[in-house]
Structures are given as C-alpha cells and as structure tokens.
Design a protein around this ligand. Structure first.
Ligand code: SF4
Ligand code: SF4
Length: 118
C-alpha cells in the first residue's frame, strides 16, 4: 500500500475519498511524506548537473535546495587530484524543479544548469 493510500485509510478509514465530503477540511494534507510519491519535475526547463571532481562536499546545495532534491549518498569518489571523499551529492531529478538555487550557492561552481532535454 502506498503512503498516499495509507494516509487516506488512516484519515478516513477507507482507501480513497469517495466524495468531496471525504476531503480534509481546507484541503490540508493530513498524512506526512506524500510528496515523496509525486514526481514534481515535469515543468523543469533547466537541470543542475554536479561536477563530482570540482565538488568539495561542503553540503551547501543540500542545505539550500527548497525541495530536498539534493541527495547525500554513501558513494566514495576519488578526484583527479587524488582526494578521496566518502560521500557524493546527487540530484533527485524526480523532485528537482530546476530553480538553480543549488548552483547559485555552490562556492566552487561545481553545479552547472543545463537545458532540459526530453
Ligand atoms: S535546481 Fe533547485 S530544486 Fe533542483 S536541486 Fe537545485 S536547488 Fe534543488
Ligand atoms: S554546494 Fe557545490 S561543492 Fe558544496 S556539496 Fe554542493 S556541489 Fe559540492
């Protein structure tokens, strides 16, 4: 059962709302984690691409992304100069909206915004 289905069930005692009367007052979202299931990238026109070799793992992009779309993953990376990092930063392209904040905040210009191609 998906998080959304589970949320409805917990809230209404049934799997889906059957009429508008079943909808939460003021259309609030009574269950957490719902956007994890919704892909919010569809209207992105530019996408961030992280240069792993330039990235100094400062975590600023992770901190500033308003959509939580920068992921810190346990993936070791050795740069061309021999520096070894235990983590890497990746973009969750299902949820990144292409706002460019991560690229603007990166202190070493390791994030490039490139045109989206579909
Ligand atoms: S472009 Fe915006 S939404 Fe996408 S990862 Fe960067 S800060 Fe997050
Ligand atoms: S802000 Fe730039 S240098 Fe810092 S973790 Fe993100 S990509 Fe790497």
């Amino acid at each position: 059962m998906s998080l959304k289905d589970e949320g409805f069930k917990r809230y209404l005692g049934k799997k889906y709302p059957e009429t508008w009367r079943d909808m939460p007052i003021a259309a609030i979202v009574p269950w957490p984690g719902n956007t994890a299931e919704v892909k919010t990238h569809a209207w992105r026109t530019i996408r961030p691409v992280i240069n792993q070799d330039k990235c100094i793992r400062c975590r600023l992009c992770w901190t500033f992304c308003p959509d939580g779309a920068i992921l810190e993953v346990d993936e070791e990376y050795k740069t061309s100069s021999g520096r070894v990092f235990k983590v890497s930063y990746k973009v969750d392209y299902d949820h990144c909206k292409g706002c460019g904040i991560c690229a603007a905040e990166c202190p070493v210009n390791a994030i490039e915004m490139v045109p989206e191609e579909r």
